[in-house]
Design a protein around this ligand. Structure first.
Ligand code: 5AD
Ligand code: SF4
Length: 464
């Protein structure tokens, strides 16, 4: 009997890549590959890359440099594959720049990995960045129960891919292509299978997830609100989330889902990018600040405890100090529970890259620091206000210290508690006792009354 082949997958960038990496691992598990956490130990290394900003895209080349050195030193014949958005955007260029690469595979072709690997074994270099007509999801196998268990009680499910919005700074419409929604029946099937394997929380993902318009079992087109409603009917699926959204696609059906579905967590990541109407127009965001505020008001009316998160870009071409001030004002006014902010990064092939009025690195850095300060203050205020509150926490993994577990609050905060390892995958009621910069700590009060089950619970002895 020979040793199983080993696979090391490293994901960069967004949740979509995490999901895709898992699906690649599932596909290759069928071919006899087992996952390893050590690239030096791997027969196949896959870098699942991100192209969203220059820094993200460059990371892959430094990683490839490291791999080349390690491979030379060990004299190994590890196969090296580049997947994801850099693969899609740069194709064969990657092999020119980094000859250590054997295989370049775009996000729409992962189901063909086994064939491509066979070609690589035959001594060929392979580049596949086609957008094939067939649905890759039909060919990607479902995870085994063991794989799902290892990945924990939360899972991602892709409901749509691609984007038709064409924001002028963004590569996504080029790397991930036009918007395609999966049929509702397939999404429900995948969700049910995950729940049967122990998953308790599902995050629906897509580059523009709330543009979802999948074919329903009734033959009609369903929006995301309707899909969430159906998912909320799955027994033992206790939590739902979705990301990443566009403000223009926050329709009334989706806002109503926040009002009506207790499973839908009161936390929404809604990127706005800028508070300036002039810049929003230049970004082709298709809405102004007024619509964004209106949506926030509607969401808060529908779900008063909702917390918001967002993405911002500073230093977009032509951004004046007054434009930037409007962004700061928006951040102050909304009071985000968390947010990401980025310096504008020129992406070749996008309209904003051609803009004459590019800002200097120093202006971008200075604005980023100022915005960061406002967003951090607002995050800290939100976290501090959680002190003394009682949350249901879904326990996900062991903590740093023995006896500790880490779970997530409804607001996606990491919460550290003292609990036995058997608690992983279960919900507990926790009183928040400490607020740190990166996580909260809490005391387990009780196991959460399980709606779907009456039998004994491993958490009965949880209060330590
Ligand atoms: N420069 C800087 N940030 C960008 N993002 C997307 N494209 C760029 C770019 N060219 C940010 C946006 C988006 C997030 C995923 O990345 O804020 O919401
Ligand atoms: Fe990119 Fe999002 Fe705009 Fe689509 S909506 S182009 S993914 S920033």
């Amino acid at each position: 009997m020979h040793e199983p082949r080993k696979l090391y997958v490293k994901s960069f960038g967004c949740q979509m890549n995490v999901y895709d990496s898992n699906r690649m691992a599932d596909t290759l598990a069928k071919e006899g590959y087992v996952e390893t956490q050590d690239p030096a130990d791997a027969d196949l290394v896959i870098l699942n890359t991100c192209h969203i900003r220059e820094k993200a895209a460059e990371k892959v080349y430094s990683e490839l440099g490291r791999l080349r050195k390690a491979k030379q030193e060990a004299g190994s014949d590890t196969v090296i594959a580049v997947a994801g958005c850099v693969a899609q955007a740069e194709g064969a260029e990657i092999i020119k720049r980094a000859p250590v690469v054997d295989l370049v595979v775009g996000p729409q072709s992962y189901h063909r990995l086994p064939e491509m690997l066979a070609q690589v074994k035959g001594g060929r270099r392979v580049v596949d960045t086609d957008f094939p007509a067939e649905d890759k999801f039909d060919h990607l196998p479902a995870p085994s129960a063991a794989a799902t268990r290892k990945r924990g009680p939360t899972a991602f499910v892709t409901v749509q891919e691609g984007c038709d919005k064409f924001c002028t700074f963004c590569v996504v419409p080029y790397t991930r292509g036009a918007e395609v929604s999966r049929p509702v029946a397939k999404i429900l099937g995948e969700a049910r299978a995950l729940v049967a394997q122990g998953v308790r929380e599902i995050t629906l993902i897509g580059q523009n997830v709330n543009a979802f318009h999948g074919e329903g079992p009734d033959g009609k087109t369903w929006g995301l609100g309707r899909l969430l409603e159906e998912l909320a009917g799955i027994d033992r699926l206790e939590r739902l989330r979705y990301t990443t959204s566009h403000p223009r696609d926050m329709d009334d059906g989706l806002i109503a889902a926040h009002r009506d579905l207790p499973q839908l967590m009161p936390y929404l990541h809604l990127p706005v990018q800028s508070g300036s109407d002039r810049i929003l127009a230049a970004m082709n965001r298709r809405h102004g600040s007024a619509l964004f505020f209106e949506i926030i008001d509607k969401l808060r009316a529908a779900r008063p405890d909702i917390a918001l998160s967002s993405d911002f870009i500073v230093g977009f071409p032509g951004e004046t100090e007054a434009d930037f001030q409007a962004t700061l004002d928006m951040a102050e006014r909304v009071g985000f529970a968390s947010a990401y902010s980025f310096k504008y990064s020129i992406r070749p092939g996008t309209p904003a890259a051609e803009h004459g009025d590019q800002l200097s690195e120093s202006v971008k850095s200075e604005r980023l620091a100022r915005l960061h300060q406002v967003l951090e203050a607002s995050k800290t205020a939100f976290d501090r206000a959680c002190l003394g509150r009682r949350f249901d926490i879904l326990l996900e993994k062991p903590g740093r210290l023995p006896g500790q577990l880490i779970g997530r609050s409804p607001y996606l905060q990491s919460v550290v508690v003292t609990a036995p390892p058997a608690g992983i995958g279960e919900f507990v009621t926790v009183d928040i006792t400490e607020v740190g910069p990166n996580s909260l700590a809490g005391r387990v009060v009780d196991a959460v009354e399980d709606r779907g089950r009456t039998s004994d619970r491993p958490l009965a002895a949880m209060e330590a």
